[in-house]
Ligand binder design. Structure first.
Ligand code: GUN
Length: 291
């Protein structure tokens, strides 16, 4: 037997097409396109690639995209002034600063500077609080994409034991909130967790978000479990996830590949959040297909 392989590329394309339809309806009603600004500080090659992919995807979905690259050494004050200008710009619906940022910049300063209504990453204190409270707000893109993949693949979430390995602000913590909201019994594991393999073997849904190449082995997986690999690790053998795919695919019920699993969902949900922000800011009702 082998696991069903979850096709994130196809799922991402589906979400992007839906957003594209809504973006066209928004542009018609508002007389302007939804606007997204991506800010990058310094020249980290991975950030460069992600930022370019985000900008291209936004344009392909009928949005106005602006890419800003600031020099490494930009002060927090200078960055905050740029953010404040975009907060005040009515043509900008969504804004993000690509992480990680070089010192002396700090992520909390940035998360607090962005207008929560335009915070399409969903990392601001207010928006993370709303997520915890179950109030509508922009939700971090990667965990949203993971939920979409689980739901579209027919994985039973309610009552399942979900184990999230990793406690980052970007994935682990918001992922746990979303799984809880969907009625999974949710455990968050991390680098200090005792006997991680045994805990993982109890998971009906296993989310790997640690950033360590192929750390999760086939014999850590409960037969039939849904395994979602959020890891993107560059190694001498190319791009690999946090899960040893060749071993895990023999045991799991569902599994995401790397690349082509969770990766494409992050950008798709960034576009969805941008469209939602545009709709919220203008008060125009643009229904999601099927609403
Ligand atoms: N770096 C890695 N993932 C992300 C993300 O989702 N948003 C931003 N802004 N930076 C990231």
């Amino acid at each position: 037997m082998g696991a069903q392989i979850i096709d994130g590329k196809a799922a991402g394309a589906e979400v992007r097409a839906l957003v594209g339809e809504r973006a066209a309806a928004f542009s018609e009603a508002a007389g302007r396109k939804p606007g997204l600004v991506g800010i990058q500080v310094g020249e980290d090659p991975a950030s460069e690639i992600y930022q370019r992919m985000k900008a291209e995807a936004a344009e392909a979905a009928g949005m106005r995209s602006e890419r800003v690259v600031l020099p490494a050494g930009t002060s927090q004050q200078e960055l905050n002034a740029r953010i404040a200008a975009y907060n005040a710009d009515d043509a900008v619906d969504g804004m993000l600063v690509q992480l990680p940022v070089p010192a002396p910049l700090t992520e909390p300063e940035i998360a607090n500077a962005i207008d929560p209504v335009k915070d399409v990453d969903g990392f601001s204190p207010g928006n993370l609080g709303r997520l915890m409270r179950g109030e509508p707000a922009p939700v971090p893109c990667t965990p949203s994409g993971v939920m979409w993949l689980l739901e579209k693949s027919g994985v039973e979430i309610e009552g399942a034991h979900a184990v999230v390995v990793g406690r980052s602000l970007i994935v682990g913590k918001p992922q746990a909130m979303l799984l809880l909201a969907a009625n999974a019994t949710t455990t968050v594991a991390h680098s200090r967790t005792k006997d991680l393999p045994a805990l993982c073997r109890e998971a009906d849904i296993l989310i790997a978000a640690v950033g360590r190449p192929e750390m999760i082995r086939g014999d850590w997986i409960k037969p039939g479990a849904a395994v979602i690999d959020v890891g993107i690790n560059r190694t001498d053998d190319g791009l690999v996830g946090d899960v040893a795919f060749e071993e895990a695919v023999e045991v799991a019920g569902h599994i995401t590949p790397v690349p082509g699993g969770v990766g494409p969902m992050t950008i798709a949900f960034l576009l969805a959040n941008t469209l939602d922000a545009a709709v919220r800011r203008t008060g125009l009702g643009i229904p999601m297909k099927g609403d």
